[in-house]
Design a protein around this ligand. Structure first.
Ligand SMILES: [Ca+2]
Length: 319
């Protein structure tokens, strides 16, 4: 059975780059990439993802999407990802140009084409949820062509990172997130607390890279992870590599890694104040929105194994 079409929607940060490498190295390369503002601006995110595909020796069409949220001002996370979004990691000598400025149209056409054939396309979203929200607003019927929507974002126990209550990808565009989380498709959310709970400690990261033959992908990955470790230790966090976006990518590659999750109705707090951008988790279903899956625990040894494969990846051909 052929795999479903996979779309990767990304804001081009350090862990986005690692997620894309993880997908390609483990046989689940996205067919289409759409970009969005977030960790850095939309255009920088686009450049970054094209840099990653160049390092990987693959050609994947990259379509530029939203450069701002639906209603609020743009925020970024350069304090984590660096001014270039990739922590200054080495760039390829050459890279492809982006395929179009019509990510929203691409999403709509891809899901409609899938639905017309009685099929579905999967989407992994690892940035703010603006592109899919815009697509759903323009054509709500696209839900018929959406298979599994996997998201890195939100919280399950109410503990955020951008604010005490809100995780970055949701906080960056709460109105968009509310549209997406309540649209009624099969949704698997990998929340911030799961990202904090699943990591590789710094000693093991060093051992992994030391034990892997040097290559462009290995060296690029090492620069990414070491940048992130540096940001963490500068802020007195433990020296370890939180997976974050690669954790959501791992769930797409192997859904069986999920060991514990909650099914719950959800909605996003939109009111100004300390709860803005918080994902409400309602297992009782009284909220009335469609239930989605909040991941709590994964088999981290399996994620480690997928990550080791990604670090050792060498391009087999230039397509
Ligand atoms: Ca991201």
């Amino acid at each position: 059975m052929s795999k479903r079409t996979l779309i990767l929607d990304s804001d081009g940060g350090v862990d986005d780059a690692q997620a894309l490498i993880l997908l390609v190295a483990n046989g689940r390369a996205p067919d289409i990439i759409t970009t969005v503002f977030g960790n850095v601006g939309r255009d920088q995110a686009t450049t970054n993802l094209l840099a990653v595909t160049a390092h990987l020796g693959v050609s994947i069409p990259v379509h530029r999407g939203a450069d701002r949220p639906l209603t609020q001002p743009v925020i970024d996370a350069k304090y984590v990802h660096g001014d270039d979004g990739l922590g200054g990691a080495p760039r390829p000598a050459t890279q492809d140009d982006h395929a179009s400025d019509d990510a929203i149209g691409v999403l709509i056409r891809t899901f409609k084409a899938a639905a017309a054939k009685g099929e579905k396309a999967d989407i992994l979203m690892i940035g703010p949820l603006t592109n899919l929200a815009l697509a759903l607003r323009l054509d709500p019927a696209i839900t018929a062509g959406i298979g599994t929507l996997t998201i890195m974002g939100g919280t399950v126990y109410g503990r955020g990172n951008s604010t005490p209550a809100a995780e970055f990808n949701i906080y960056a565009d709460p109105e968009a997130a509310d549209i997406v989380l309540t649209c009624g498709v099969e949704t698997v959310l990998v929340p911030w607390e799961a990202c904090v709970a699943h990591y590789m400690d710094g000693t093991r990261v060093d051992a992994l890279f030391d034990g892997t033959a040097p290559s462009m992908v290995r060296d690029f990955s090492q620069a990414l992870v070491n940048h992130y470790r540096g940001v963490r230790t500068k802020h007195q966090a433990p020296d370890n590599m939180l997976y974050v976006d690669p954790l959501a990518a791992a769930v797409v590659i192997d859904p069986s890694i999920v060991k514990k999750s909650i099914r719950a109705s959800s909605s996003v707090a939109l009111a100004p104040g300390i709860t803005r951008g918080m994902t409400l988790v309602d297992p009782s279903g009284r909220l009335g929105t469609p239930k989605i899956t909040f991941v709590e625990e994964v088999d981290v040894a399996k994620v480690d194994a997928l990550y080791a494969v990604s670090v050792a990846y060498t391009p087999t051909k230039k397509t």
